[in-house]
Ligand binder design. Structure first.
Ligand SMILES: C[S@@+](CC[C@H](N)C(=O)[O-])C[C@H]1O[C@@H](n2cnc3c(N)ncnc32)[C@H](O)[C@@H]1O
Length: 463
């Protein structure tokens, strides 16, 4: 998603990027055919220009189609200043991370992930596998030796795929061999890898509870795989939510996302022509809420905010810490069920927020379709999600996740990829208007995304 709106620069950038699709302000699109460079600009890949703002007149739209041989799609929105909303979101996110060395933070994330990968190999060693160089084992032998619990068979398969994809296992006629020498994933090597990961995380994120949590899980992997140790007490020791709350708050990509969603929602509220009705799903420990609600309070417009989760215990905690905002209500919403059967009216919200919850959906397409039904025409769906595999999650929280029945089923992946997400949003009939961080951002390669998509005023033809 681009922030560029100068027509000449847009043409140059389109040519350079070879993009197939672009979203632009109406004024930019209107000006494109008359650009001196337009006849010389070679855009063979460009299929579709989507635009927002005042719809183009027929004659203007025809000129664009003729000049660039593209499909032209108008993105309607209750808020026409989509650029303003996007910049507010991006600006808030940048301010949140000002002064932090993001390149070092990215390196720290990779080190952390690598420690998790080595821990998978180390767990196999504790079950007598891959102890000598050249040892080869089939997936069935690995499943048998680890005594993997039926609920974690899919996860074990995913480990093997990921280890192979990352070059740490090598497939050899049905059997797998470890590529590093056993000394590189011994107990001692692991201790060093985790200590290094903690150091990097502390230096960039300022706290390392995430790495400590992941390390504790990594030390229990053989028992987690077999089901002798449960993953719940490791995330909620003595039933307390403090550790989970810390995990959702301390990492830099999380902070970027929470600030972006707060900036975006406040910008929407300021532009909305009537009281804003917000539904938050999977609000949990409130990592997103605690940024969004004060930002909305600061705008000084009337807001009705419904804080929901599938788990009632989170709601009880939130009632206390949100008590000073009388316009925040609380309720239960299950993303795996239709809104009607849960007592929700169609088109009854202007904004639906989900911070890191949609990956828990059994079927993301169905969940997003249901959330879209809850939006009024012109309403906004705002989500934050990882779009790439997180190796440390594969050795910790993945033990808590059920297998999905959507695009992830084929690979066993924990998260939908960015193209899969785009497809889900498009299939729900939504118009994608914000995607952060931008492609050239240092954090972009980590794959954590903020998405915003608008329910059209009129369903598009064929949708
Ligand atoms: C990883 S946390 C997301 C972070 C959360 N926004 C926070 O700040 O704590 C996932 C949240 O989704 C909730 N959840 C899991 N399955 C759900 C479902 N089917 N419907 C609604 N919420 C669900 C969990 O209870 C948890 O609070």
């Amino acid at each position: 998603m681009w922030s560029e709106s100068d027509p000449a620069r847009v043409l140059a950038r389109l040519e350079r990027s070879g993009a197939a699709e672009v979203l632009l302000p109406a004024a930019t699109v209107r000006a494109l055919p008359a650009q001196p460079a337009a006849p010389m600009t070679d855009l063979p890949a460009l299929r579709r220009i989507r635009y927002h703002g005042e719809p183009l007149a027929d004659v203007e739209a025809d000129a664009v189609r003729r000049a660039f041989d593209v499909e032209l799609v108008h993105v309607p929105s209750g808020v026409t200043d989509v650029d303003g909303v996007r910049s507010a979101a991006a600006g808030a996110a940048e301010r949140e991370l000002a002064g932090i060395d993001l390149d070092a933070a990215v390196v720290a994330v990779y080190r952390f992930g690598y420690a998790a990968l080595l821990s998978m190999l180390n767990a196999f060693v504790h079950r007598g596998l891959f102890t000598g160089q050249g040892d080869a084992h089939t997936p069935a032998e690995i499943a048998a030796a680890t005594e993997v619990a039926p609920a974690h068979r899919g996860l074990l398969g995913r480990w093997l795929d990921v280890l192979t994809g990352q070059g740490l296992l090598h497939g050899d006629g049905g059997a797998l061999r470890a590529v590093p020498e056993p000394g590189e994933y011994s107990d001692d090597a692991l201790r060093r890898a985790w200590t290094e990961a903690e150091r990097g995380w502390l230096a960039t994120a300022g706290a390392a509870r995430t790495v400590e949590y992941a390390r504790r899980n990594a030390e229990r992997l053989p028992d987690l795989l077999s089901g002798r140790c449960g993953a719940v007490p490791l995330l909620f020791p003595e039933g307390r939510t403090g550790l989970a709350a810390a995990l959702y708050r301390e990492n830099l990509t999380g902070r970027y996302q929470h600030a972006a969603v707060a900036g975006l929602t406040a910008a929407l509220a300021a532009r909305w022509q009537r009281p804003l009705r917000v539904l938050e799903v999977g609000a949990g420990t409130g990592a997103t809420t605690e940024r969004v609600v004060p930002a909305l309070a600061g705008v000084g417009v009337t807001v009705d905010y419904l804080y929901t989760d599938v788990s009632a215990s989170f709601l009880d905690e939130a009632r206390e810490w949100l008590s000073r905002y009388p316009w925040v209500r609380f309720g239960r919403y299950d993303i795996d069920a239709g809104p009607g059967e849960q007592g929700y009216q169609p088109a009854s919200f202007d904004v639906v927020l989900g911070g890191g919850v949609l990956n828990a959906a059994r079927d993301t397409d169905a969940s997003v379709r249901w959330l879209t039904e809850l939006l009024c025409p012109g309403g906004w769906l705002v989500l934050t999600e990882p779009t790439a595999e997180e190796f440390w999650i594969l050795t910790s929280q993945a033990f808590l996740m059920a297998e999905a029945d959507d695009d992830r089923a084929a690979t066993g992946a924990t998260f939908l990829t960015l193209p899969q997400w785009n497809r889900v949003l498009d299939a729900a009939g939504l118009h994608r208007v914000v995607g952060l961080p931008p492609d050239d951002h240092p954090l972009a390669e980590l794959g954590h995304r903020v998405f915003a998509a608008v329910r059209p005023e009129q369903p598009s033809k064929g949708a």
